[in-house]
Design a protein around this ligand. Structure first.
Ligand code: FE2
Ligand code: FE2
Length: 194
């Protein structure tokens, strides 16, 4: 498996753990959008049955994450918020080509990278919360979530390798990893997934 090229700073996880009630609505929205994106792939690429099968599964798991975050929010008395644009995802999508096979390859690779970043960040939140005495249950939730996003990272990447030649996949991945590192390094520290 490839590696990301920029680390999220530790102070981001500290900030999120300090402002969890502010973070949770943004997290919930990210899960809901991930589910919707997977179902969009199902509709758009309905002739590719292995992709359809994998994306239905991803959509279901992301919807389950959304439901879990919703329950955590409800228990804490935190309401859902209107959608805000995600600056990280939108900046990445600006680099996606828009036609035919190029679009599919880009969406699969960006999907994998976005999942990878989610995995890194959820694991960081889990580790930060584990240091705090009253957040053990939530720390475990984020640890499990990180493992699920790691699986999705692989799902998108495997689909790219299934539908495109490896040198093409790896060449485009190289470009995206540099772009993603630049975008991540410019993100402000705030109580949001990105
Ligand atoms: Fe998720
Ligand atoms: Fe995911």
């Amino acid at each position: 498996m490839y590696k990301l090229r920029a680390d999220t700073p530790d102070k981001w996880a500290v900030h999120v753990a300090d402002h969890l009630d502010e973070f949770l609505p943004d997290h919930a929205a990210a899960e809901r959008k991930a589910s919707a994106n997977a179902m969009h792939m199902v509709v758009r690429y309905s002739d590719k049955l292995d992709l359809v099968d994998a994306m239905i599964e991803v959509a279901r798991e992301e919807l389950e994450h959304y439901h879990q975050v919703f329950h955590i929010m409800r228990d804490r008395g935190v309401g859902l918020e209107p959608d805000e644009p995600d600056p990280y995802v939108n900046a990445l999508l600006d680099h996606s080509r828009s036609t035919g096979g190029d679009r599919l390859l880009d969406r699969l690779l960006l999907g994998s990278i976005i999942e990878f970043r989610g995995c890194e960040r959820f694991a960081m939140i889990g580790r930060e919360l584990a240091k705090r005495s009253d957040d053990a249950e939530l720390a475990e939730f984020y640890r499990v979530l990180a493992a699920s996003e790691a699986k999705h990272r692989g799902d998108f990447y495997e689909l790219a390798l299934q539908y495109f030649d490896r040198p093409v996949v790896e060449g485009r991945l190289e470009e995206f990893l540099d772009v993603e590192a630049d975008i991540v390094e410019q993100l402000p520290i705030r109580a949001a997934l990105h």
